[in-house]
Design a protein around this ligand. Structure first.
Ligand SMILES: [Zn+2]
Length: 267
């Protein structure tokens, strides 16, 4: 199985450090109890929410938030007018009644607070986990929406996937500010090296996430959504990610892109 496809069969685990979320992704498939038993179901236009015991108001709130994020993510990335947009199957959200049941029924490590299976469009967490609505849900939907558009089988560096997801979170401005600091202090990772990072283990999560988010934000703001859609379309058509990126944004190489990004933060 290609690396990238494996990366998409993952659970995102959530740690929180210094007010900013940091994640370590592992390759454990999400094992929800889909369709097997005692789930209650609430449907909306793009989502099917599965729950067992949960206050009615909380389920309504999850439904409202999920639809809100769906709209805001597709708007933010310019995908609303994307003519090959498909969402043929609704995204499934599994809300376990509590942490104990969540840990028992999913192959999660003890500090996990949420998981996603991107290809199956499934998100799992437990009821009233406070970070869920502001961080986990928009982050994982960001992953799902982006991959729905570019294709689940495409080989991309981790920073592109994670940047798109991270930019949907409540604290995106904190990440962008952290990236500015990194650049001003000359501590950022060269883009060529950043593109080779396939695991979070050898890098500071804050540096990795902040820088990734900042570069994609730069591309979106400096060159507009139309250009980003062109980039996504080229990825979807199977073009190599580096050729698609450099060709769409008209940079000679990754260093030239890095330099333009650095300049935008220093000015
Ligand atoms: Zn992620």
């Amino acid at each position: 199985m290609p690396d990238n496809r494996k990366t998409l069969l993952l659970l995102c685990f959530f740690l929180f450090t210094g007010g900013l979320s940091a994640r370590a992704d592992t390759l454990v498939p999400l094992r929800t109890q889909a369709g097997t038993s005692d789930w209650n179901i609430k449907k909306s236009k793009h989502f099917i929410i599965h729950y067992r015991e949960a206050p009615k108001e909380y389920i309504s709130k999850v439904k409202r938030c999920a639809e809100h994020y769906y709209r805001s993510i597709t708007d933010y990335l310019g995908f609303r007018r994307f003519n090959f947009w498909t969402w043929d199957e609704r995204c499934k959200i599994y809300l376990y009644p509590n942490r104990r049941e969540y840990l028992k029924e999913t192959p999660s490590v003890s500090w996990s607070r949420g998981g996603v299976h991107i290809i199956r469009k499934e998100i799992a967490t437990y009821v009233e986990k406070e970070e869920f609505l502001d961080y986990v849900l928009p982050h994982e939907l960001g992953h799902i929406v982006f991959r729905e558009v570019v294709g689940f089988d495409k080989k991309l560096p981790l920073w592109i996937d994670e940047a798109v997801a991270l930019l949907q979170e409540k604290d995106r401005q904190k990440y962008l500010a952290a990236a500015r600091e990194l650049v001003r202090e000359g501590r950022h990772i060269p883009l060529e090296a950043l593109s080779k990072i396939r695991s979070y283990k050898r890098v500071s999560p804050l540096t990795f996430y902040s820088q990734s988010a900042s570069i994609v934000e730069f591309l979106l703001e400096e060159f507009g959504r139309g250009r980003f859609i062109t980039f996504c379309r080229r990825l979807r058509d199977g073009k190599d990610w580096k050729k698609a990126l450099l060709g769409t944004y008209r940079f000679e190489d990754l260093s030239a892109l890095e330099e333009a990004w650095v300049d935008s933060l220093i000015d």
